[in-house]
Every structure is written in structure tokens, then in C-alpha cells.
Design a binder for this molecule. Structure first.
Ligand SMILES: [Fe+2]
Ligand SMILES: [Fe+2]
Length: 291
């Protein structure tokens, strides 16, 4: 196991009362493209935990087992934090439920447990562990991106939302190696690694674009007048308000490089430095003392 930094969940709290519907002021497009992640992450991260729970009995390295448990704790906390944003969105007149139900179907049914003979069960588990490792490369790339996304601060993006995204992004950078190390420990087949990334990469880009489009269509202020066009996306990426499509596409061949390891990507120290100053921890402590 190459990652010696021990990961584990942290207690956080975010207060959404003052976060406006368009939390990037005057930019519903960027707001909703990033909001698409709030619709994908709760179901996706609950699924990570569900799958890794099944993988735990096969882990023979005690250190890795602890890392996987810490990873599960972090992902479970992330899912809850993003779920609260969905509730806030609903209170503001934008109901994400229809899209979230589609996403839940993907993770719970399409990628869920099926009744299979034992050998096929093991195959399906390895396939899903490899998918999670591939998705985790994207969450680490996006996590590092949001830590550096200063143009969003300059645009006046809501501080609580930026803290949620950066706290989560920092923990993604922090635990970037865990799913990959688990996959290499249990299977490590190069074909499976390349194949699952070839599926995961385009699926993530498609689901974010479609999710952002759904929110623009149902936004009570925009009311479908703004479409999820690629040209808008390219402009936001150029402004530094969204990651570039090039960086998202390049993540695939990068992951497929034979000598790749996630520890080569992202800045762990920067991530830990952000976690140390994230207001969400102080917010949790203040809340705990008041109750
Ligand atoms: Fe996460
Ligand atoms: Fe993660």
C-alpha cells in the first residue's frame, strides 16, 4: 500500500439559510453545472460505501482495510452533506427529485446487487470496485480543481457553498489512492482498469451536463431560457469557473497509463491545509455546544 496518510471522517456543519438559488451571482449556468454534482454525489457515494462493505472481507492487508473503512466514513459524510443542499434547493422552488430518482436507479438498480452464482458475484464486485477507482480519479481531479478555482471567489460565489465544495474536494484529494489501492490489492487487471475508466469518464461528463440541463430547465427564475450548450461550458471553463473539457478528457488516458498511481496527482498538503481552515468544522463545534 503506497498511501501512508491515514484517512477518516471529520464532523462538519454547513448553514444554508443565506445561500441564494444562484450561488454564483448572475451565473445560473455555472451554478447549475456544479449543482449537478449535488444530485449525483449522494446516491453515488452511498453506493461506494455499499460496494466497499462487500469488498472488506476480501482485504488481507490490515492497513489497507483501515484506509478503506476511513474512506467509507468520509464518503458517507459527503453524501449527507450534499443531500442537505438538495433539500435547500427544494425549499427555494427547484425540485431536483425527478433527476435524483434517475441517478438512484443507476446506482441502486443498474449497478446494484443481483442474484448471481458465486463466481459471477465476485466478477461483478471486482467490476464495481474498478468503477469506483476510476470515478475516484475524477473526484480527485475535480477536488484539486475546486481548491484552485479562485475565479469563483472573484465572481462572488457563496462562501458556504465554496466551503462545502472545497472541504469535499480536499478530502477527495486526501483519499485519492484508497479505491485504486483496493482495486490493485483485490484484482489489478489492466484490462478491467482501462475498460471501467472508458465507461466512467464519459458517463460522468454526460450525467453532469444532463443534470445541469435539468436544473436550468426547472429553475423558477431561468425557466428553461438557458440551455446546457457546450459553447456556454467552454466560456465558463475559459473564465476559470468550470474545469476545461480537455482536463476532463485527459483524465482518462492519464489513468490508463501503465505506471499510473493516484498519489502522483493533486496536492495532499494543499488539501490538508484547506481542511485545517475550513469553517465547517468550527460551525459543527459551535452547533454541538449550542445543543
Ligand atoms: Fe466524496
Ligand atoms: Fe472519494
Amino acid at each position: 500500500m503506497s498511501n501512508t496518510h491515514v484517512v477518516g471522517p471529520r464532523r462538519v456543519r454547513f448553514s444554508w439559510e443565506n445561500t441564494p438559488l444562484h450561488w454564483v451571482p448572475g451565473d445560473p449556468f455555472t451554478t447549475h453545472m456544479i449543482n449537478a454534482l449535488h444530485m449525483l454525489l449522494p446516491a453515488g457515494e452511498r453506493w461506494f460505501v455499499h460496494v466497499f462493505k462487500q469488498a472488506l472481507p476480501y482485504i488481507t492487508d490490515p492497513g489497507l482495510k483501515e484506509q478503506v473503512k476511513g474512506f467509507m466514513g468520509q464518503e458517507g459524510t459527503h453524501a449527507v452533506a450534499h443531500q442537505r443542499v438538495l433539500e435547500h434547493m427544494k425549499e427555494q422552488g427547484l425540485d431536483p427529485t425527478p433527476y435524483v430518482e434517475n441517478v438512484e436507479w443507476i446506482f441502486e438498480k443498474m449497478l446494484g446487487d443481483t442474484t448471481l452464482p458465486p463466481r459471477a458475484q465476485r466478477f461483478w464486485l471486482m467490476e464495481r470496485v474498478a468503477m469506483i477507482a476510476a470515478i475516484e480519479h475524477y473526484t480527485a481531479v475535480l477536488g484539486q480543481w475546486i481548491l484552485n478555482a479562485h475565479p469563483l471567489d472573484e465572481a462572488g460565489a457563496d462562501a458556504v457553498m465554496m466551503d462545502l465544495l472545497r472541504w469535499h474536494g480536499a478530502e477527495e484529494v486526501e483519499h485519492r489512492s484508497v479505491a485504486f489501492d483496493l482495486f490493485m490489492h483485490l484484482d489489478g487487471s489492466y484490462g478491467r482498469r482501462a475498460r471501467t475508466m472508458a465507461l466512467a469518464g464519459p458517463a460522468i461528463i454526460y450525467l453532469v451536463k444532463r443534470g445541469g440541463g435539468f436544473l436550468l430547465e426547472n429553475d423558477p427564475i431561468v425557466r428553461g431560457r438557458l440551455k446546457p450548450k457546450w459553447s456556454y461550458f467552454f466560456l465558463r471553463a475559459h473564465q476559470g469557473r468550470a474545469p476545461t473539457l480537455r482536463s476532463l478528457l485527459l483524465a482518462m488516458p492519464q489513468y490508463a497509463k501503465p505506471g499510473f498511481h493516484p498519489s502522483q496527482e493533486g496536492d495532499l498538503q494543499q488539501a490538508l491545509d484547506y481542511i485545517a481552515i475550513s469553517p465547517a468544522h468550527a460551525e459543527f463545534e459551535a452547533y454541538r455546544r449550542s445543543t
